[in-house]
Write a protein that binds this ligand. Sequence first.
Ligand SMILES: [Zn+2]
Length: 341
Amino acid sequence: MWQGVRIPQTRPSTGRRKPPVCPHGAGNVGSSRPPIETVPACGHREWEPDSLFDHLQKRRAALAPGGVFKVAVVRPWGDPRQALEALTRDGRLVRLRRGWYRLPDADPVVVRAVASGGVLACVSALAFAGVWVPDAGGIHARPARGDVPLDFDVLRCGVNRRLPAPRSAVDPVPVALRAAAGCLAGEALIAAMDSAVDGGFVRRADLPTILAYAPGRAARLAAQSRWAQSGTETLIRVRLARRHLRVATQVVIPGVGRVDMMVGERLVLEADSLAHHADEGSYRRDRGRDLRLAQLGFRVVRLTWEQVMFEWDLVEETILSLVGDGEHRWRRDTPNPANRA
Ligand SMILES: [Zn+2]
């Protein structure tokens, strides 16, 4: 059942660990490059301050997400203690707490989560990755080690969700999704799942497994995940489904292209989000599409993020009224363009 899941797990030591490969090619088989770490007479390898700093900067996304790293990630390639001391002295690194440091331009939210005793998790880790989530309402974190308490100003998440031990300052998306099952309401969790799939962070087929230890509610919600280009679009789809409206997503209309949602046969709903429609080119393109849809006899309702988030009652009333008037079906005076002679 766990096959193919990309949640990092801590593997028990087998006593036969492969020797770490030096990131600079030093000492690797077939390498002609000289070692960057100094090798004292005792044979004890140590990091040079400059090479440690460069290494962290170059591999920031993998080793120091948000500009914060755990010392353990650089230890396999040499003892970093003296280099860390030197870098802290000259101000290039700042020690946040035991075993954790920050680079000069670190993300303040990640810094706060780590300084509080945890790592960035749950809704905040999803937002950090660019996954759509509603306003997080604070910094969501989970303990970096064991069950230690966190500072009072961060939200403690992911407890009792059988999450793997944190390996970096920011939880990866699959782990964050599992923690978020406890913090997000149903429709927001579906929107986050849709967005994570759309962003290529997880596969839709893996969602039920990722949420396997989440409450039964979350696993059921995973089945409702569909292709959507924005969180707003997911919220509209889920809310209309609750009113028993048949809503198809990402429907292709010949001569127009893909529309966000289709209620029934001809009521088109387009969800505008700032990320997708902020520039002037998109604005013109969208209006051109609206005109073409109207020519073909489709009814178009374009909704903004604010309308969906703060004026939903009005939006729902309008759509239900259009459906009540039969605007979602082809009629004798507006037949389906596909069937027109
Ligand atoms: Zn949370």
